[in-house]
Design a binder for this molecule. Structure first.
Ligand SMILES: *[C@@H]1O[C@H](CO)[C@@H](O)[C@H](O)[C@H]1NC(C)=O
Ligand SMILES: *[C@@H]1O[C@H](CO)[C@@H](O)[C@H](O)[C@H]1NC(C)=O
Ligand SMILES: *[C@@H]1O[C@H](CO)[C@@H](O)[C@H](O)[C@H]1NC(C)=O
Ligand SMILES: *[C@@H]1O[C@H](CO)[C@@H](O)[C@H](O)[C@H]1NC(C)=O
Ligand SMILES: *[C@@H]1O[C@H](CO)[C@@H](O)[C@H](O)[C@H]1NC(C)=O
Ligand SMILES: *[C@@H]1O[C@H](CO)[C@@H](O)[C@H](O)[C@H]1NC(C)=O
Ligand SMILES: *[C@@H]1O[C@H](CO)[C@@H](O)[C@H](O)[C@H]1NC(C)=O
Ligand SMILES: *[C@@H]1O[C@H](CO)[C@@H](O)[C@H](O)[C@H]1NC(C)=O
Ligand SMILES: *[C@@H]1O[C@H](CO)[C@@H](O)[C@H](O)[C@H]1NC(C)=O
Length: 803
């Protein structure tokens, strides 16, 4: 039993030994490093495991993946083969040793070989000294050796220019820098620094370079204690900072203060000399901008050193504020009067655009009073950039100032005209067009002395008065803005107001799309009761939010069952159309397409069937029947009443020409005629109406047989008819019809109509009072209709459109 265990142990051991012998091949030297271009010689030792079947003559060699030629092999003895590689120039390669036995290759062992160069003499030694903490030197090693190279930095003490071997300290490194931590540096002594580089191929030492520690001293960054303004002194900040603890004593110091305001990229610097004992430094930064935040940092250097400290952490502070120097950019939207004679005036303004900005605006002061009674001045404060005032119908002056801790800005003043003021139309035409990047608005003014304008723009369907944008334009009659300020496929109202001081004259407006796409939906077709050969097709305008462009025309498509589709195109102001020459008793399908510049969209179709007979047909059939009936009736009545005469007529006893029935007959015929007339005139009424209508049609639009619902040629200012085609898109003009709709939709635009009127009565009295005729030439035509009215109401638009 025990011997059995021993045997098992022996077998186990021998098998482990066998396992080991499998790997029992060796290559040497292992991982050699040789000089580039020299000759490499390697030996491969075959383990016992391989004998006796295989011996050294079965060994083959590879360099990376290339077989090495046989002539470079050398069989040393039964188990050892060597290989010789001349001019080894790989920086790194693998040499592998295989056995080749019975045609099978088996990898035995491999090694990595590197080639490189002996080190150059290290140079450019430089050191930085953090007092009492760290002494770090760096150097350059010249040519890349490709081999593992170690460096030793020696710090040697010098006395009277000569190196003393005692007290030499060494620092070892595998890179081109090495640090002594907490170096023992009696600062009275001077040192030189030497670097030795070594690798398997050799070693090289630099000279010992003397470096005075004071020259290489570098401080920790100083710490800013405070950056403060001094109460009452403008444009000044005082900076104080603490010097770092560890500084070689008795050297003069220099600090540099860097400061930069938040609006500029570049910094300014102030140099502050300190004496050796100073623990803190301070300086005044002067001629700064008012109400501006500055960021400050400090760094210091010993007067004899070459290394500045790093910059301290930055600290920011603001200079004393100055009252804002610029007016706010003020605008208003005036709503129509409420029933109680009061009206909402929406004021809005933009932040001050002064540079440098005026510090932290704490709020805005809004003051307003009736123009003729400054004693009734009211003041409101707002932190918002808008306010709605409820004013009566008198003229008001409103002013807005911005204030900060130092005071108020100058006032921005606007005059709110009285509700009944009339002004003349100074701007004759407005047009808009787009270029690749920009939307351009151009206008022509009849009074060249006006040099300031306000361009106001907003989405047609915008109802929030504060949703409007505006810009003052000086000394120019055009205005450009980036297309990005306008959404595509949305109709914008653009108004241009001439501005005199704080007064505004009547605006001229135009509508525009910066980009169009085809309508989102088409009009739904509807028809009257069809006739035999004709029918009137009707449709409604598409809602504004679905138009995506100006509708230029409608096309009516109609098609008899199984027949060919026909179409007719009508202007955009036409909303019904009479189709003629239809086939009787036929089913038709009709649908409408609304087109804008970008394309057309068709709406829901409608089917209808034409009649077999029309009214004339029925009359034509009914008339002979009726006539015969009447004749028979008349005959019968005659027979009853004049039986005797009848008898005589039928059977005349005595033929008597004197007693003729000629007296009776005319009665009958006239009766017949008047009855006939009654019937036919009833039938004719329809025709007559048709005739009138078609005459009206042809009078209005002679070229086409159209039925316009309304054609309103009246425009606000001439611009609105004369949009000139040019560049890419020229917009259509805003017609009164549109304008009326807008007023219906949006009460604010109506105010712009009102404000138009005040120039005549206020600014240009000679125009309005002495020359009423000239007034009518400048007033838009629809206003002429209502001359004497304080302003135009919705009802008047209704009247105007009803004409
Ligand atoms: C073969 O040569 C190597 C080195 O020269 C030697 O160490 C080894 O003992 C030799 N082997 C035999 C079997 O002679
Ligand atoms: C190596 O083995 C081969 C046969 O496989 C034999 O011919 C040769 O003599 C042997 N060489 C040595 C040195 O033993
Ligand atoms: C060594 O090889 C390199 C390129 O591989 C060649 O330029 C050089 O002449 C060779 N040197 C010798 C001594 O053969
Ligand atoms: C020292 O540095 C310079 C420039 O940085 C370089 O041109 C020169 O070769 C360097 N010297 C040594 C010995 O590395
Ligand atoms: C500040 O730098 C940015 C980019 O670095 C540059 O676009 C801008 O013009 C610079 N401003 C000033 C005032 O130099
Ligand atoms: C900074 O200016 C104030 C006020 O003029 C003065 O009192 C202070 O001494 C100045 N500080 C320095 C460091 O110049
Ligand atoms: C303006 O101030 C008056 C009191 O001075 C106040 O009654 C009124 O509500 C304020 N209006 C607004 C819009 O804040
Ligand atoms: C309208 O009909 C004419 C022929 O009558 C045809 O040439 C034209 O293409 C049609 N228009 C449309 C928009 O289908
Ligand atoms: C209808 O309007 C479109 C888009 O403006 C235009 O291309 C087309 O020629 C117009 N059709 C007619 C018949 O005028």
């Amino acid at each position: 039993m025990f011997s059995c265990l021993i045997w098992m142990f022996v077998l186990l051991c021998s098998s482990i030994a066998d396992e080991k012998s499998i790997r029992d091949a060796d290559i040497f030297p292992s991982s050699p490093e040789i000089e580039r271009g020299s000759t490499l010689k390697l030996f491969c030792v075959l383990g016992k495991h391989y004998t006796p079947h295989r011996n050294a003559s079965h060994i083959i060699w590879k360099l990376n993946h290339e077989l090495i030629a046989q002539e470079n092999y050398n069989i040393v003895n039964e188990t050892v083969s060597s290989v010789t590689i001349h001019n080894f120039t790989y920086s790194k390669a693998h040499v592998k040793c295989f056995t080749k036995y019975l045609g099978k290759k088996q990898l035995l062992v491999h090694t990595e070989v590197k080639s490189g160069f002996p080190p150059d003499t290290p140079g450019n030694i430089s050191c930085i000294y953090y007092f009492d903490t760290e002494l770090t030197c760096t150097w350059t090693s010249g040519r890349e050796t490709n081999l593992m190279t170690k460096y030793t930095l020696y710090r040697k003490m010098m006395r009277e220019g000569r190196v003393i071997l005692q007290n030499t300290v060494a620092c070892r490194s595998k890179t081109e820098s090495c640090s002594f931590y907490y170096p023992d540096t009696p600062y009275s002594s001077s040192f030189c620094f030497q670097v030795k580089a070594e690798n398997v191929l050799g070693e090289a030492s630099s000279d010992c370079v003397p470096i005075p520690l004071e020259r290489i001293e570098k401080f920790e960054p100083p710490e800013i204690l405070s950056v403060k303004k001094i109460a009452g002194i403008k444009q000044l900040l005082t900076v104080t900072w603490k010097m770092p603890e560890k500084i070689i004593p008795s050297q003069d110091l220099i600090c540099q203060v860097q400061y930069r305001n938040l609006y500029s990229n570049s910094s300014e610097f102030v140099t502050v000399p300190l004496s050796s004992g100073d623990r803190t430094g301070s300086c005044n930064l002067t001629s700064l901008w008012d109400s501006t935040e500055y960021s400050v940092a400090v760094r210091c250097i010993s007067a004899v050193s070459v290394f500045w400290s790093e910059w301290s952490r930055g600290k920011t502070a603001s200079t004393e504020e100055k009252a804002p120097s610029e007016k706010v950019d003020l605008w208003r939207v005036i709503e129509s009067s409420h029933s109680a004679g009061s009206r909402s005036v929406h004021l809005m303004w933009k932040p001050l655009n002064s540079f440098p900005p005026s510090g932290r605006i704490l709020g805005y002061k809004i003051q307003y009073f009736p123009e003729n009674n400054a004693a009734l001045k009211m003041t409101n404060i707002s932190t918002d950039k808008k306010i709605t005032l409820l004013l009566n119908e008198e003229a008001y002056l409103v002013s807005v100032t911005a204030y900060n801790s130092a005071g108020d800005s100058p006032e921005a003043i606007l005059r709110i005209p009285p509700a009944d003021e009339k002004t003349s139309q100074i701007i004759e035409t407005v047009r808009t067009f787009t270029t690749n990047e920009e939307v351009v608005v151009e206008w022509i003014a009849s009074e060249p002395e006006v040099t300031k304008y306000v361009v106001e723009w907003y989405e047609e369907l915008e109802t929030d008065p504060f949703g409007r944008s505006w810009q003052y334009v000086s000394d120019s009659t055009n205005w450009k803005t980036n297309k990005k300020n306008f959404k595509p496929f949305i109709c914008y109202n653009i108004l241009v107001y001439p501005s005199y001081g704080d007064k505004l004259a009547a605006p001229c407006s135009i509508q525009t799309y910066v980009q169009e796409k085809k309508p989102s939906e088409g009009p739904v077709a509807d028809t009257d009761i069809p006739g035999k050969n004709e029918v009137t097709v009707k449709w409604k305008e598409i809602s504004k939010d679905k138009r995506n462009g100006f509708i230029s025309n409608y096309t009516i498509f109609y098609k008899p069952e199984g027949g060919k589709e026909l179409n007719e195109t009508v202007n955009a102001d036409v909303l019904q159309y009479r189709l003629k020459s239809l086939q009787a008793n036929t089913q038709y399908t009709v649908y409408i397409m609304a087109s804008n510049n970008a394309g057309g969209t068709t709406g829901e179709p409608k089917t209808f069937k034409t009649l077999k007979f029309d009214k004339e047909d029925i009359i034509f059939i009914a008339l002979p029947v009726g006539l015969s009936m009447l004749f028979l009736l008349g005959l019968w009545i005659t027979c009853i009443l004049k039986k005797h005469a009848f008898k005589k007529v039928c059977w005349p006893d005595v033929p008597n020409p004197a007693e003729s029935i000629a007296v009776e007959w005319p009665l009958n015929t006239s009766m017949n005629n008047s009855f006939l007339k009654a019937v036919t005139s009833e039938a004719k009424t329809v025709d007559f109406e048709d005739d009138i209508r078609s005459q009206m049609r042809s009078a209005l639009i002679p070229a086409k047989e159209l039925l316009p619902i309304e054609t309103l040629e009246d425009d606000l200012c001439e611009s609105q008819q004369s949009s000139i085609k040019n560049e890419e898109n020229v917009n259509e003009v805003l017609k009164l019809e549109d304008f009326g709709e807008k007023v219906l939709f949006n009460p604010y635009l109506k105010n712009s109509v009102k404000t138009r009127e005040f120039i005549i009565s206020e600014s240009l009295p000679e125009h309005s009072k002495n020359e009423p005729q000239s007034q009518s030439t400048v007033l838009p035509p629809f206003q002429q209709n209502v001359t004497g009215q304080p302003y135009i109401t919705l009802d008047m638009f209704g009247l105007a459109t009803a004409h």
